[in-house]
Design a protein around this ligand. Structure first.
Ligand code: SAH
Ligand code: TYD
Length: 399
């Protein structure tokens, strides 16, 4: 296929096979109409982006029943509070700043600006999560962010001092159009800051579960520089984050306006050493994924033979890739507990494992919990001291 950024010819380096919508938790009556597509990834040898070959229509993923609520993790709430403070201190220098966030979900980031009475706007296409944000005093427009919508915002609200995004730029396939939209919406000296799961961490940890329908791009500093090469923007800072199992925050502004941090060159050099600009790195990653799959299958079959009580912890979108790629069904994992009401009493996409409320985890008293929300390991281990004390064990494909 042609690279979405530079039109270069690309080839698939990994296919995870047929996949359903990662956040498409469903009722039994809907099994027969479940949507599947081939989850496969390509690497562009020219601009160094990793991307999905096919992505389902965004309207199938982001809608009035979207199942991901950002505020379900306390750690993420504190992360976004710090993110807001950092933006405020470093980049909001005008008298009456205006902050826009793309993909604002339940308002986890913007509520920190709202509380400080800073003018803000969230753009969020999933109306159920947007409703929660509004309830919490976060000004939100229900829409997909694109060039047309950016023009509407400029007319209605004016230009922005900062455009922020977290875990959403990697969701948007027409990225070249998004850059034009950001260019239009931002003030001359404004900043565009986004963070997403980092391909360097995915390769290192073999966290292949970051590959699912929503994540159409996997960024590195190298690729971000290339993606913005033909725009008015330059990359002025890069800051590694611990969130989502390893993320990277990118800061961009119009060329020549601000000083470029030493981090940029440092991280780009590190990425070259890691081979994030080489196809062979991704071929090796594929082999590591296959090894991880075998290991998980052997481990779970062994638990079954030993008649262990095995459940899943956190019905994450990422878990959809693990379950379907490794063919793990309710015979190996009896149910998955999750704190999100909209996921509960439904079944996981594709492999149809029951999703139950958190109290079922406590009641069932399992021997083993597969930690699908491994990115929240610290927070969860803290909460589950009793489970561990009683001899319960967390397992995962990562460690
Ligand atoms: N920023 C939050 C939410 C990430 S999930 C966080 O980091 O926790 C991605 C969010 O982006 C979802 O709420 C989804 O509905 C939204 N989204 C998807 N495509 C979008 C687009 N084109 N424009 C704006 N938001 C989008
Ligand atoms: P997360 O890993 O943040 O995202 P993704 O869906 O993008 O992979 O999802 C965390 C899920 O785990 C979410 O459905 C809420 C659930 N969860 C719990 O059930 N208990 C917890 O203590 C935490 C932190 C999360």
């Amino acid at each position: 296929m042609k690279c979405r950024i530079c039109s270069n010819h690309t080839e698939i380096f990994i296919s995870f096979g047929k996949m359903p919508i990662a956040n498409g938790f469903l009722l039994e009556k809907d099994f027969k109409n479940e949507y599947f597509f081939e989850l496969a990834a390509v690497f562009c040898e020219k601009c160094f982006t990793v991307q999905l070959k096919n992505q389902p229509n965004p309207k199938l993923m982001f809608h009035k029943n979207y199942a991901f609520f950002s505020k379900s993790s306390k750690y993420m709430q504190s992360h976004f509070q710090k993110y807001a403070e950092w933006v405020n201190q470093n980049y909001l220098t005008s008298k009456k700043p205006f902050v826009v966030e793309i993909g604002s979900n339940d308002g986890i980031l913007l509520e920190n600006f709202s509380k400080k009475k800073i003018a803000h706007l969230g753009i969020e296409p999933s109306s159920n999560v947007a409703k929660i944000a509004r309830k919490n005093g976060v000004n939100t427009e229900v829409n997909f962010f694109d060039l047309r919508f950016a023009k509407n915002i400029v007319n209605k609200y004016g230009n922005a001092d900062a455009i922020l995004a977290a875990n959403v730029i990697c969701h948007i396939p027409n990225l070249n159009e998004i850059i034009k939209a950001v260019q239009l919406l931002l003030k001359k000296d404004g900043v565009f800051i986004f963070e997403d799961p980092y391909i360097g961490d995915i390769i290192k940890k073999v966290s292949y579960d970051q590959f699912y329908d929503e994540h159409v791009f996997f960024f590195s500093a190298l690729s971000v520089q290339n993606i913005f090469k033909n725009s008015d923007f330059e990359l002025i800072d890069i800051l590694p984050q611990e969130t989502h199992g390893g993320s990277m925050r990118y800061v961009l502004c119009k060329k020549g306006i601000r000083k470029i941090s030493n981090n940029v060159l440092k991280i780009i050099q590190r990425e070259k050493k890691m081979g994030l600009n080489k196809k062979s790195t991704f071929n090796k990653f594929k082999k590591n994924c296959e090894l991880s799959k075998k290991r998980i299958q052997i481990m779970l079959k062994d638990f079954k033979k030993k008649e262990k009580k095995v459940v899943g912890y956190g019905a994450t979108s990422k878990s959809t890739t693990i379950l379907n790629y490794c063919k793990i069904g309710p015979d190996l994992i009896h149910f998955i507990s999750d704190t999100t009401p909209i996921k509960q009493n439904k079944f996981t996409p594709g492999m149809h494992i029951p999703v139950k409320p958190y109290n079922e985890f406590i009641k069932y008293n399992p021997d083993i919990a597969f930690l699908f929300a491994w990115n929240h390991k610290k927070e969860i281990e803290n909460k589950e001291k009793l489970f561990i004390k009683k001899g319960g064990r967390f397992v995962c494909h990562i460690f």
